[in-house]
Write a protein that binds this ligand. Structure first.
Ligand code: C2E
Ligand code: MG
Ligand code: MG
Ligand code: MG
Length: 284
């Protein structure tokens, strides 16, 4: 197969790295990096959007999920290329592209008028850039996107990396009106201990908990605990990976005002398709 296929088969890379010898593994990675660099510079990345809805089923916005329209391998999910991009500064260019596209989307009248929010995922290396905040401020100004409609999703790992730097940037972003969300909440280690010190607005309950909440007493209790902690700290909650009515009902009974995201409400879809369903009004 292609270099990308081989790199994917190599998985985490460590064992394959030693089995195949340094030459081939390094060569594969190099190939993927090269084509990815080309994809970012060229026109091969796509924004996909996945709806978020409230308890009444009302659309509140979407999460931005990047895809790579690979000329040979077809449409690739982030799992196939984000980890590789994250090993170098490639992720910075990729992340900046996603942010720029997202701000352009937010600036569309149909988004502004309906107060629809976009959530954008950040990588650690991207957030750690010294100029991340001023660059985003400039982007918001040049696109005329409303910062109050933008949410940035970070993970616990990113925060732990350099806690003080992360908190400092989060405060600056909050001052701009940008909201912060803690993604995949519950999968890290020390969430509860530092939650009170983080200037965040939202947590996203990881889909592994959502999935098993109605059927596993353990996961049900964990979800309940996350909901009460979030409520105590005044945080908005998004349940991710909601696939069944039973999962949604479980959550709604325990927290009437959370947001929902998952296949039950819609799959990630090309931005054009997502926008086309918004009613009514011109797109530009
Ligand atoms: P995430 O931020 O936790 O995004 C949620 C993932 O769950 C998405 O996978 C989404 O397609 C999937 N999902 C949503 N609803 C359901 C459901 O009901 N069932 C199941 N089984 N899955 C569901 P996706 O699109 O493959 O993205 C994977 C990860 O890639 C994301 O996880 C995020 O960490 C990362 N990612 C995506 N776009 C970007 C980006 O622009 N920049 C960065 N740095 N990372 C990104
Ligand atoms: Mg996310
Ligand atoms: Mg998530
Ligand atoms: Mg997740």
């Amino acid at each position: 197969g292609t270099a990308l296929h081989r790199a994917k088969q190599a998985g985490g890379g460590r064992s394959a790295f030693f089995e195949q010898g340094m030459g081939e593994a390094a060569e594969q990675r190099f190939q993927v990096e090269r084509t990815l660099r080309h994809a970012i510079a060229g026109d091969e990345l796509r924004l996909f959007l996945q709806s978020q809805v409230d308890a009444q089923g009302q659309l509140t916005g979407a999460e931005v999920l990047v895809r790579w329209q690979h000329p040979r391998d077809g449409l690739l999910a982030p799992g196939a290329f984000i980890p590789i991009a994250e090993e170098s500064d490639l992720i910075v260019g990729l992340g900046n592209w996603v942010l720029a596209q997202s701000c352009a989307l937010l600036a569309l009248p149909v988004m502004r008028e309906q107060r629809l929010r976009l959530s954008v995922n950040l990588s650690a290396r991207q957030f750690r850039q010294a100029h991340f905040v001023p660059q985003l401020r400039a982007l918001l100004e040049s696109t005329r996107a409303d910062p109050r409609l933008l949410t940035l999703e970070v993970t616990e790992g990113l925060v732990i990396d350099d806690f003080d730097d992360a908190v400092g940037k989060m405060r600056e972003l909050a001052a701009l009106g940008v909201e912060m969300s803690l993604d995949d909440f519950g999968t890290g280690y020390s969430s509860l201990a530092y939650l009170k010190r983080l200037p965040i607005h939202e947590i996203k309950i990881d889909r592994s908990f959502v999935h098993d909440a109605p059927t596993s007493a353990d996961d049900g209790v964990l979800v309940q605990a996350i909901l009460s902690v979030a409520s105590h700290f005044g945080l908005r909650v998004v349940a991710e990976g909601v696939e069944t009515r039973a999962q949604a009902d479980f959550l709604r009974q325990r927290a009437p005002d959370i947001l929902y995201q998952g296949y039950l409400y819609g799959r990630p879809e090309p931005q054009e398709d997502w926008l086309a369903r918004l009613s009514p009004g011109p797109l530009v």
